[in-house]
Design a protein around this ligand. Sequence first.
Ligand SMILES: [Zn+2]
Length: 79
Amino acid sequence: MKNDLLKLQLAKEKKCPVCGANLFRGQRSNELRRYECGSVFAVSARVEAIVASDPCPRGSNVQASLLTQLALGGKAVAA
Ligand SMILES: [Zn+2]
């Protein structure tokens, strides 16, 4: 039951939840989502949660860009 809800949620994620990268081509599984940035999100039946099997490598760049924009009043360019 919980796993079905988790799979449904993951199936909706057409972009990397961190950086917005597209799904990896050929990606069809609803239990494991691989994105072009290299991140992988999966349903773990063991812990009954969606887990980041491979963290998004762009996550730090996204945050650094936000910090730069914060410091410069939104005038910064993206990383
Ligand atoms: Zn990503």
